[in-house]
Design a protein around this ligand. Structure first.
Ligand SMILES: Cc1cc2nc3c(=O)[nH]c(=O)nc-3n(C[C@H](O)[C@H](O)[C@H](O)COP(=O)(O)OP(=O)(O)OC[C@H]3O[C@@H](n4cnc5c(N)ncnc54)[C@H](O)[C@@H]3O)c2cc1C
Length: 433
Protein backbone atom coordinates (compact mmCIF):
# COMPACT_ATOMS: atom_id res chain seq x y z
CA UNK A 1 0.00 0.00 0.00
CA UNK A 2 1.43 3.35 -1.06
CA UNK A 3 0.93 6.54 0.96
CA UNK A 4 2.59 9.74 -0.18
CA UNK A 5 2.48 13.45 0.54
CA UNK A 6 0.85 15.51 -2.14
CA UNK A 7 -0.41 18.99 -2.96
CA UNK A 8 -4.01 18.77 -4.13
CA UNK A 9 -6.55 21.23 -5.42
CA UNK A 10 -9.93 21.08 -7.07
CA UNK A 11 -10.36 21.57 -10.83
CA UNK A 12 -10.65 25.37 -10.31
CA UNK A 13 -7.17 25.49 -8.70
CA UNK A 14 -8.38 28.24 -6.36
CA UNK A 15 -6.77 26.72 -3.21
CA UNK A 16 -4.06 24.14 -2.64
CA UNK A 17 -3.82 21.70 0.26
CA UNK A 18 -0.89 19.55 1.44
CA UNK A 19 -2.14 16.15 2.48
CA UNK A 20 -1.41 12.42 2.58
CA UNK A 21 -2.81 10.34 -0.25
CA UNK A 22 -3.27 6.56 -0.12
CA UNK A 23 -4.05 4.61 -3.25
CA UNK A 24 -6.86 2.15 -2.62
CA UNK A 25 -6.91 -1.31 -4.12
CA UNK A 26 -9.11 -4.31 -3.60
CA UNK A 27 -6.87 -5.61 -0.79
CA UNK A 28 -6.73 -2.50 1.37
CA UNK A 29 -10.04 -0.78 0.76
CA UNK A 30 -11.70 -2.27 3.87
CA UNK A 31 -8.77 -1.49 6.15
CA UNK A 32 -8.42 2.08 4.87
CA UNK A 33 -12.12 2.76 5.30
CA UNK A 34 -11.59 2.74 9.09
CA UNK A 35 -9.90 6.15 9.07
CA UNK A 36 -11.73 9.47 8.80
CA UNK A 37 -10.82 10.64 5.32
CA UNK A 38 -12.42 11.31 1.94
CA UNK A 39 -12.42 9.38 -1.33
CA UNK A 40 -11.08 11.09 -4.44
CA UNK A 41 -11.62 10.10 -8.05
CA UNK A 42 -10.15 12.17 -10.87
CA UNK A 43 -10.45 15.49 -8.97
CA UNK A 44 -12.83 17.08 -11.49
CA UNK A 45 -15.00 18.64 -8.82
CA UNK A 46 -14.11 22.33 -8.90
CA UNK A 47 -13.59 22.96 -5.18
CA UNK A 48 -12.52 21.06 -2.07
CA UNK A 49 -15.09 18.26 -1.91
CA UNK A 50 -12.53 15.50 -2.56
CA UNK A 51 -9.86 16.84 -0.23
CA UNK A 52 -9.24 16.07 3.45
CA UNK A 53 -6.19 17.65 5.09
CA UNK A 54 -5.39 14.40 6.98
CA UNK A 55 -5.90 11.71 4.40
CA UNK A 56 -7.27 11.34 0.88
CA UNK A 57 -8.16 7.90 -0.50
CA UNK A 58 -7.47 7.76 -4.22
CA UNK A 59 -9.63 5.29 -6.14
CA UNK A 60 -7.57 5.32 -9.32
CA UNK A 61 -6.58 1.63 -8.99
CA UNK A 62 -10.16 0.47 -8.47
CA UNK A 63 -10.61 0.50 -12.22
CA UNK A 64 -12.00 -2.91 -13.22
CA UNK A 65 -15.17 -3.90 -15.04
CA UNK A 66 -16.63 -6.57 -12.70
CA UNK A 67 -19.40 -7.85 -14.97
CA UNK A 68 -21.11 -6.75 -18.18
CA UNK A 69 -24.33 -8.21 -19.56
CA UNK A 70 -24.07 -7.11 -23.20
CA UNK A 71 -27.58 -8.35 -24.02
CA UNK A 72 -29.38 -6.43 -21.27
CA UNK A 73 -26.98 -3.50 -21.04
CA UNK A 74 -26.29 -3.88 -17.33
CA UNK A 75 -22.75 -3.29 -16.09
CA UNK A 76 -21.02 -3.51 -12.70
CA UNK A 77 -17.74 -1.64 -12.30
CA UNK A 78 -15.28 -0.61 -9.62
CA UNK A 79 -15.76 3.01 -8.66
CA UNK A 80 -12.39 4.33 -9.84
CA UNK A 81 -13.02 3.37 -13.47
CA UNK A 82 -12.99 6.51 -15.58
CA UNK A 83 -15.95 7.39 -17.76
CA UNK A 84 -13.61 7.48 -20.77
CA UNK A 85 -12.42 3.90 -20.13
CA UNK A 86 -16.02 2.78 -19.56
CA UNK A 87 -17.19 4.35 -22.83
CA UNK A 88 -14.40 2.62 -24.74
CA UNK A 89 -15.73 -0.70 -23.41
CA UNK A 90 -19.45 -0.12 -23.93
CA UNK A 91 -19.72 1.94 -27.13
CA UNK A 92 -18.22 -0.84 -29.32
CA UNK A 93 -21.02 -3.12 -28.05
CA UNK A 94 -23.79 -0.61 -28.85
CA UNK A 95 -24.34 0.90 -25.40
CA UNK A 96 -23.87 4.39 -23.95
CA UNK A 97 -23.92 5.99 -20.51
CA UNK A 98 -27.52 7.03 -19.65
CA UNK A 99 -26.41 10.34 -18.12
CA UNK A 100 -23.12 12.04 -18.87
CA UNK A 101 -21.43 15.09 -17.38
CA UNK A 102 -19.60 17.53 -19.68
CA UNK A 103 -16.26 15.73 -19.32
CA UNK A 104 -15.29 12.07 -19.67
CA UNK A 105 -12.37 12.49 -17.25
CA UNK A 106 -14.41 11.63 -14.16
CA UNK A 107 -14.74 8.35 -12.28
CA UNK A 108 -17.97 6.40 -11.92
CA UNK A 109 -17.64 6.82 -8.11
CA UNK A 110 -17.40 10.60 -8.54
CA UNK A 111 -20.49 10.49 -10.77
CA UNK A 112 -22.45 8.70 -8.04
CA UNK A 113 -21.21 10.87 -5.16
CA UNK A 114 -22.18 14.07 -7.02
CA UNK A 115 -25.25 12.44 -8.65
CA UNK A 116 -24.20 14.07 -11.90
CA UNK A 117 -26.66 15.42 -14.44
CA UNK A 118 -26.28 15.73 -18.18
CA UNK A 119 -27.93 17.52 -21.07
CA UNK A 120 -30.89 15.15 -20.68
CA UNK A 121 -32.02 15.73 -17.10
CA UNK A 122 -35.44 16.90 -18.34
CA UNK A 123 -35.99 13.39 -19.83
CA UNK A 124 -33.75 10.95 -17.95
CA UNK A 125 -33.06 12.48 -14.54
CA UNK A 126 -29.60 12.25 -13.00
CA UNK A 127 -27.12 9.36 -12.87
CA UNK A 128 -28.61 8.07 -9.61
CA UNK A 129 -31.88 7.26 -11.45
CA UNK A 130 -30.06 4.53 -13.41
CA UNK A 131 -28.22 2.75 -10.58
CA UNK A 132 -29.33 -0.74 -9.47
CA UNK A 133 -26.83 -1.44 -6.71
CA UNK A 134 -23.94 0.10 -4.81
CA UNK A 135 -21.34 -1.57 -2.63
CA UNK A 136 -20.05 0.92 -0.06
CA UNK A 137 -17.19 0.33 2.35
CA UNK A 138 -17.60 2.02 5.71
CA UNK A 139 -15.45 1.45 8.79
CA UNK A 140 -14.15 -1.90 7.53
CA UNK A 141 -17.53 -3.28 6.42
CA UNK A 142 -18.84 -3.77 2.88
CA UNK A 143 -22.50 -2.76 2.65
CA UNK A 144 -24.55 -3.70 -0.40
CA UNK A 145 -27.45 -1.38 -1.03
CA UNK A 146 -30.15 -0.76 -3.62
CA UNK A 147 -33.71 0.53 -3.91
CA UNK A 148 -34.85 -2.58 -1.97
CA UNK A 149 -31.91 -3.26 0.34
CA UNK A 150 -30.62 -0.55 2.71
CA UNK A 151 -32.83 1.86 0.77
CA UNK A 152 -31.92 5.00 2.76
CA UNK A 153 -28.19 4.33 2.69
CA UNK A 154 -28.46 3.84 -1.09
CA UNK A 155 -30.19 7.18 -1.74
CA UNK A 156 -28.04 9.05 0.78
CA UNK A 157 -24.84 7.88 -0.89
CA UNK A 158 -26.14 9.11 -4.25
CA UNK A 159 -25.28 12.81 -4.15
CA UNK A 160 -23.69 12.28 -0.71
CA UNK A 161 -20.33 13.81 -1.79
CA UNK A 162 -18.35 10.89 -0.32
CA UNK A 163 -19.57 11.40 3.25
CA UNK A 164 -21.16 7.95 3.61
CA UNK A 165 -17.96 6.01 2.89
CA UNK A 166 -16.02 4.67 -0.05
CA UNK A 167 -18.17 3.57 -2.95
CA UNK A 168 -16.48 0.36 -4.02
CA UNK A 169 -18.67 -0.74 -6.92
CA UNK A 170 -21.59 0.52 -8.96
CA UNK A 171 -24.08 -1.54 -10.98
CA UNK A 172 -26.16 0.45 -13.45
CA UNK A 173 -28.26 0.33 -16.62
CA UNK A 174 -26.94 1.54 -19.97
CA UNK A 175 -28.63 3.20 -22.95
CA UNK A 176 -28.83 1.44 -26.36
CA UNK A 177 -27.21 3.27 -29.30
CA UNK A 178 -26.72 2.32 -32.94
CA UNK A 179 -24.27 5.01 -33.97
CA UNK A 180 -21.49 7.15 -32.53
CA UNK A 181 -23.06 10.20 -34.15
CA UNK A 182 -25.43 12.84 -32.82
CA UNK A 183 -27.89 14.78 -34.93
CA UNK A 184 -27.52 18.32 -33.63
CA UNK A 185 -29.75 21.28 -34.33
CA UNK A 186 -29.06 24.80 -33.16
CA UNK A 187 -31.21 27.81 -32.32
CA UNK A 188 -30.03 31.35 -31.65
CA UNK A 189 -32.22 33.32 -29.28
CA UNK A 190 -32.68 37.08 -28.97
CA UNK A 191 -32.86 37.44 -25.18
CA UNK A 192 -33.29 35.55 -21.90
CA UNK A 193 -37.05 35.22 -22.23
CA UNK A 194 -36.68 33.56 -25.61
CA UNK A 195 -33.84 31.35 -24.32
CA UNK A 196 -36.07 29.87 -21.61
CA UNK A 197 -38.98 29.49 -24.05
CA UNK A 198 -36.88 27.57 -26.56
CA UNK A 199 -36.07 24.96 -23.89
CA UNK A 200 -39.67 24.75 -22.70
CA UNK A 201 -41.00 24.41 -26.25
CA UNK A 202 -38.75 21.37 -26.89
CA UNK A 203 -39.34 19.17 -23.84
CA UNK A 204 -38.94 15.93 -25.79
CA UNK A 205 -35.58 16.63 -27.35
CA UNK A 206 -33.22 13.94 -25.99
CA UNK A 207 -30.47 16.44 -25.15
CA UNK A 208 -30.50 20.22 -24.79
CA UNK A 209 -27.98 22.76 -23.57
CA UNK A 210 -27.54 26.50 -24.06
CA UNK A 211 -24.47 28.71 -24.13
CA UNK A 212 -25.19 32.32 -23.13
CA UNK A 213 -23.44 35.33 -24.64
CA UNK A 214 -22.42 37.34 -21.62
CA UNK A 215 -21.29 40.30 -23.69
CA UNK A 216 -24.91 41.06 -24.63
CA UNK A 217 -26.65 44.00 -22.97
CA UNK A 218 -30.04 45.66 -22.78
CA UNK A 219 -32.68 44.01 -24.93
CA UNK A 220 -30.23 41.28 -25.94
CA UNK A 221 -29.29 40.28 -22.39
CA UNK A 222 -29.48 36.51 -21.94
CA UNK A 223 -29.30 35.70 -25.63
CA UNK A 224 -27.93 32.24 -26.27
CA UNK A 225 -27.13 29.49 -28.69
CA UNK A 226 -29.21 26.47 -27.74
CA UNK A 227 -28.02 23.07 -28.96
CA UNK A 228 -30.41 20.13 -29.29
CA UNK A 229 -29.24 16.58 -29.92
CA UNK A 230 -30.62 13.15 -30.77
CA UNK A 231 -28.67 9.90 -31.18
CA UNK A 232 -28.44 9.01 -34.88
CA UNK A 233 -30.39 5.84 -35.60
CA UNK A 234 -28.69 4.87 -38.86
CA UNK A 235 -26.21 2.14 -37.82
CA UNK A 236 -22.49 2.86 -37.99
CA UNK A 237 -19.67 0.44 -37.25
CA UNK A 238 -19.11 0.84 -33.53
CA UNK A 239 -16.84 -2.14 -32.95
CA UNK A 240 -13.59 -0.20 -33.33
CA UNK A 241 -14.76 2.95 -31.52
CA UNK A 242 -11.97 4.88 -29.77
CA UNK A 243 -11.80 8.53 -28.69
CA UNK A 244 -9.45 10.69 -30.79
CA UNK A 245 -6.00 10.97 -29.23
CA UNK A 246 -5.18 14.52 -30.39
CA UNK A 247 -5.51 17.24 -27.79
CA UNK A 248 -4.42 20.84 -27.50
CA UNK A 249 -2.13 21.21 -24.49
CA UNK A 250 -1.87 24.39 -22.37
CA UNK A 251 1.87 24.29 -21.64
CA UNK A 252 2.07 26.68 -18.66
CA UNK A 253 -0.02 28.71 -16.23
CA UNK A 254 -1.05 31.89 -18.02
CA UNK A 255 -0.61 35.35 -16.45
CA UNK A 256 -3.89 36.38 -14.78
CA UNK A 257 -4.41 39.44 -16.99
CA UNK A 258 -4.90 37.31 -20.12
CA UNK A 259 -8.43 36.25 -19.12
CA UNK A 260 -9.68 39.82 -18.81
CA UNK A 261 -13.26 41.01 -19.31
CA UNK A 262 -12.50 42.69 -22.62
CA UNK A 263 -11.04 39.54 -24.14
CA UNK A 264 -13.80 37.30 -22.79
CA UNK A 265 -16.48 39.69 -24.08
CA UNK A 266 -14.82 39.71 -27.48
CA UNK A 267 -14.74 35.93 -27.51
CA UNK A 268 -18.41 35.80 -26.52
CA UNK A 269 -19.48 38.26 -29.21
CA UNK A 270 -17.43 36.53 -31.88
CA UNK A 271 -18.66 33.07 -30.90
CA UNK A 272 -22.31 34.17 -30.87
CA UNK A 273 -22.14 35.97 -34.21
CA UNK A 274 -20.04 33.45 -36.11
CA UNK A 275 -21.41 30.13 -34.89
CA UNK A 276 -23.46 29.02 -37.83
CA UNK A 277 -26.78 27.42 -37.16
CA UNK A 278 -27.84 24.35 -39.05
CA UNK A 279 -31.28 22.84 -38.84
CA UNK A 280 -29.46 19.51 -38.79
CA UNK A 281 -25.78 18.74 -38.44
CA UNK A 282 -24.28 15.33 -37.76
CA UNK A 283 -21.38 15.37 -35.31
CA UNK A 284 -19.42 12.80 -33.29
CA UNK A 285 -20.31 11.90 -29.70
CA UNK A 286 -17.05 13.35 -28.41
CA UNK A 287 -17.69 16.77 -29.93
CA UNK A 288 -21.28 16.91 -28.71
CA UNK A 289 -20.79 15.68 -25.14
CA UNK A 290 -17.19 16.62 -24.31
CA UNK A 291 -16.11 19.74 -26.24
CA UNK A 292 -13.88 20.98 -23.39
CA UNK A 293 -11.93 17.70 -23.26
CA UNK A 294 -10.12 18.60 -26.48
CA UNK A 295 -7.98 21.08 -24.48
CA UNK A 296 -5.84 19.49 -21.77
CA UNK A 297 -5.33 21.45 -18.54
CA UNK A 298 -7.49 24.38 -19.66
CA UNK A 299 -7.78 25.74 -16.06
CA UNK A 300 -4.17 26.96 -16.53
CA UNK A 301 -5.65 29.69 -18.73
CA UNK A 302 -7.06 31.34 -15.60
CA UNK A 303 -3.66 32.05 -14.05
CA UNK A 304 -2.20 31.34 -10.61
CA UNK A 305 -5.28 32.36 -8.64
CA UNK A 306 -7.44 29.86 -10.52
CA UNK A 307 -11.17 30.21 -11.08
CA UNK A 308 -14.46 29.10 -9.59
CA UNK A 309 -17.66 27.90 -11.14
CA UNK A 310 -20.93 29.18 -9.79
CA UNK A 311 -23.71 26.73 -10.60
CA UNK A 312 -27.21 27.12 -9.24
CA UNK A 313 -30.67 25.77 -9.97
CA UNK A 314 -33.88 27.79 -9.66
CA UNK A 315 -37.54 26.76 -9.51
CA UNK A 316 -39.35 27.14 -12.82
CA UNK A 317 -41.44 30.08 -11.58
CA UNK A 318 -38.47 32.19 -10.45
CA UNK A 319 -35.88 31.13 -13.06
CA UNK A 320 -36.34 34.14 -15.35
CA UNK A 321 -36.07 36.72 -12.56
CA UNK A 322 -33.19 34.93 -10.84
CA UNK A 323 -31.07 34.51 -13.97
CA UNK A 324 -31.84 38.09 -15.01
CA UNK A 325 -30.59 39.37 -11.66
CA UNK A 326 -27.45 37.22 -11.83
CA UNK A 327 -26.64 38.61 -15.28
CA UNK A 328 -27.14 42.15 -13.93
CA UNK A 329 -24.95 41.40 -10.93
CA UNK A 330 -22.10 40.04 -13.09
CA UNK A 331 -22.36 43.07 -15.37
CA UNK A 332 -22.32 45.49 -12.42
CA UNK A 333 -19.34 43.71 -10.90
CA UNK A 334 -17.55 43.86 -14.28
CA UNK A 335 -17.04 40.11 -14.55
CA UNK A 336 -17.55 37.99 -17.59
CA UNK A 337 -17.50 34.28 -18.31
CA UNK A 338 -16.59 32.39 -21.45
CA UNK A 339 -18.41 29.28 -20.24
CA UNK A 340 -21.97 30.34 -19.35
CA UNK A 341 -24.24 27.36 -19.61
CA UNK A 342 -27.98 26.94 -19.14
CA UNK A 343 -29.91 23.66 -18.94
CA UNK A 344 -33.44 22.53 -18.17
CA UNK A 345 -33.93 20.10 -15.28
CA UNK A 346 -36.81 17.67 -14.85
CA UNK A 347 -38.13 16.03 -11.68
CA UNK A 348 -35.74 15.39 -8.81
CA UNK A 349 -35.02 11.88 -7.52
CA UNK A 350 -35.13 10.51 -3.97
CA UNK A 351 -31.54 11.47 -3.16
CA UNK A 352 -31.94 15.17 -2.26
CA UNK A 353 -29.00 15.84 -4.56
CA UNK A 354 -28.53 19.05 -6.55
CA UNK A 355 -30.82 18.62 -9.60
CA UNK A 356 -34.44 19.62 -9.15
CA UNK A 357 -37.14 20.92 -11.48
CA UNK A 358 -36.28 24.28 -13.05
CA UNK A 359 -33.39 25.91 -14.86
CA UNK A 360 -29.73 25.59 -13.95
CA UNK A 361 -27.04 28.08 -14.95
CA UNK A 362 -23.28 28.04 -14.49
CA UNK A 363 -20.49 30.55 -15.06
CA UNK A 364 -16.70 30.14 -14.89
CA UNK A 365 -15.20 33.17 -13.14
CA UNK A 366 -11.55 33.98 -12.60
CA UNK A 367 -10.54 34.37 -8.94
CA UNK A 368 -9.14 37.62 -7.61
CA UNK A 369 -9.01 39.47 -4.27
CA UNK A 370 -12.71 40.24 -4.52
CA UNK A 371 -13.91 36.70 -5.16
CA UNK A 372 -15.38 35.98 -1.72
CA UNK A 373 -17.49 39.17 -1.84
CA UNK A 374 -18.77 38.34 -5.34
CA UNK A 375 -19.54 34.78 -4.24
CA UNK A 376 -21.51 36.23 -1.32
CA UNK A 377 -23.59 38.37 -3.70
CA UNK A 378 -24.32 35.32 -5.87
CA UNK A 379 -25.36 33.33 -2.78
CA UNK A 380 -27.74 36.15 -1.76
CA UNK A 381 -29.45 36.13 -5.17
CA UNK A 382 -29.64 32.33 -5.12
CA UNK A 383 -31.28 32.42 -1.69
CA UNK A 384 -33.69 35.23 -2.66
CA UNK A 385 -35.10 33.10 -5.51
CA UNK A 386 -35.16 29.84 -3.50
CA UNK A 387 -32.40 28.30 -5.58
CA UNK A 388 -29.74 25.79 -4.68
CA UNK A 389 -26.02 25.41 -5.38
CA UNK A 390 -24.13 22.43 -6.76
CA UNK A 391 -21.65 21.16 -4.16
CA UNK A 392 -19.43 19.58 -6.84
CA UNK A 393 -18.68 23.09 -8.10
CA UNK A 394 -18.46 24.91 -4.77
CA UNK A 395 -15.27 26.22 -3.17
CA UNK A 396 -16.26 29.39 -1.31
CA UNK A 397 -19.71 28.98 0.21
CA UNK A 398 -19.94 29.68 3.94
CA UNK A 399 -22.22 27.87 6.36
CA UNK A 400 -24.32 30.99 7.07
CA UNK A 401 -24.80 31.97 3.43
CA UNK A 402 -25.56 28.54 1.94
CA UNK A 403 -28.80 29.15 -0.02
CA UNK A 404 -30.40 25.72 0.30
CA UNK A 405 -28.87 24.82 3.63
CA UNK A 406 -32.13 23.30 4.88
CA UNK A 407 -32.10 20.75 2.07
CA UNK A 408 -28.51 19.72 2.73
CA UNK A 409 -29.14 19.61 6.48
CA UNK A 410 -32.00 17.23 5.79
CA UNK A 411 -29.69 15.14 3.61
CA UNK A 412 -27.00 15.07 6.30
CA UNK A 413 -29.52 14.16 9.00
CA UNK A 414 -30.77 11.39 6.74
CA UNK A 415 -27.21 10.18 6.25
CA UNK A 416 -26.57 10.16 9.99
CA UNK A 417 -29.85 8.39 10.72
CA UNK A 418 -29.44 5.81 7.97
CA UNK A 419 -26.17 4.47 9.33
CA UNK A 420 -24.61 3.50 12.62
CA UNK A 421 -21.44 3.79 10.63
CA UNK A 422 -18.73 6.37 10.47
CA UNK A 423 -19.22 9.69 8.72
CA UNK A 424 -16.40 10.72 6.38
CA UNK A 425 -15.30 14.31 5.95
CA UNK A 426 -13.86 16.68 3.37
CA UNK A 427 -12.61 20.24 3.47
CA UNK A 428 -15.99 21.18 2.05
CA UNK A 429 -18.01 19.35 4.67
CA UNK A 430 -15.85 20.94 7.42
CA UNK A 431 -16.27 24.40 5.86
CA UNK A 432 -20.04 24.04 5.60
CA UNK A 433 -20.18 22.31 9.01
C1 LIG B 1 -15.24 20.22 -17.62
C2 LIG B 1 -16.20 19.70 -16.59
C3 LIG B 1 -17.53 19.52 -16.93
C4 LIG B 1 -18.44 19.04 -15.99
N1 LIG B 1 -19.73 18.89 -16.36
C5 LIG B 1 -20.63 18.43 -15.47
C6 LIG B 1 -21.98 18.23 -15.85
O1 LIG B 1 -22.37 18.48 -16.99
N2 LIG B 1 -22.83 17.72 -14.93
C7 LIG B 1 -22.43 17.41 -13.66
O2 LIG B 1 -23.27 16.95 -12.86
N3 LIG B 1 -21.15 17.59 -13.27
C8 LIG B 1 -20.25 18.09 -14.14
N4 LIG B 1 -18.94 18.25 -13.77
C9 LIG B 1 -18.57 17.92 -12.38
C10 LIG B 1 -18.11 16.46 -12.23
O3 LIG B 1 -18.91 15.60 -12.99
C11 LIG B 1 -18.22 16.03 -10.78
O4 LIG B 1 -17.50 16.91 -9.95
C12 LIG B 1 -17.72 14.61 -10.51
O5 LIG B 1 -18.02 14.28 -9.17
C13 LIG B 1 -16.22 14.49 -10.73
O6 LIG B 1 -15.81 13.13 -10.63
P1 LIG B 1 -14.37 12.77 -10.10
O7 LIG B 1 -14.12 11.33 -10.29
O8 LIG B 1 -13.37 13.70 -10.68
O9 LIG B 1 -14.58 13.04 -8.54
P2 LIG B 1 -13.74 13.94 -7.51
O10 LIG B 1 -13.73 15.33 -7.98
O11 LIG B 1 -12.46 13.29 -7.23
O12 LIG B 1 -14.72 13.82 -6.25
C14 LIG B 1 -15.98 14.46 -6.26
C15 LIG B 1 -16.81 13.96 -5.06
O13 LIG B 1 -17.05 12.57 -5.21
C16 LIG B 1 -16.57 11.85 -4.07
N5 LIG B 1 -16.08 10.56 -4.55
C17 LIG B 1 -15.31 10.32 -5.64
N6 LIG B 1 -15.09 8.99 -5.76
C18 LIG B 1 -15.73 8.40 -4.71
C19 LIG B 1 -15.86 7.05 -4.25
N7 LIG B 1 -15.31 6.03 -4.90
N8 LIG B 1 -16.56 6.84 -3.12
C20 LIG B 1 -17.14 7.85 -2.45
N9 LIG B 1 -17.06 9.14 -2.83
C21 LIG B 1 -16.37 9.40 -3.94
C22 LIG B 1 -15.49 12.74 -3.48
O14 LIG B 1 -15.30 12.47 -2.11
C23 LIG B 1 -16.06 14.12 -3.74
O15 LIG B 1 -16.98 14.46 -2.74
C24 LIG B 1 -18.00 18.72 -14.67
C25 LIG B 1 -16.66 18.89 -14.33
C26 LIG B 1 -15.75 19.37 -15.28
C27 LIG B 1 -14.31 19.54 -14.89
Amino acid sequence: MKTFLSKLSGWGRASQYSTKVTTLDINNVSEQSKTTSIARGLGRSYGDSSINRELVLSTKKLDKVISFDKEKGIIKVESGLSLKALLEVIIPTGWFIPVSPGTKYVTIGGMVAADVHGKNHHCEGSFGNHIDELVIVNNGKKITCSEEKNHNFFWNTIGGMGLTGIIYSVKFRLKRIYSDKIIQSTVKTKNLKETLEVFQNNPHSAYSVGWMDLSANGKEKGRAIVFFGEHATKSTNLSSFRFPKFKIKIPFIFPSYIMNKLLIDLFNRFYFLFTSIFPKKIIGLDKFFYPLDSILDWPKLYGYRGFFQYQAVFPMASSYFAINEILDCLKKEKVSSAVSVIKLFGEENASLSFPRKGFTVCFDIQCNRDTERLYGLLMDITKKYEGGIYLAKDQFCKKESMPDRARYEEKLTNIKNSMNQMLYSSEQSDRLK
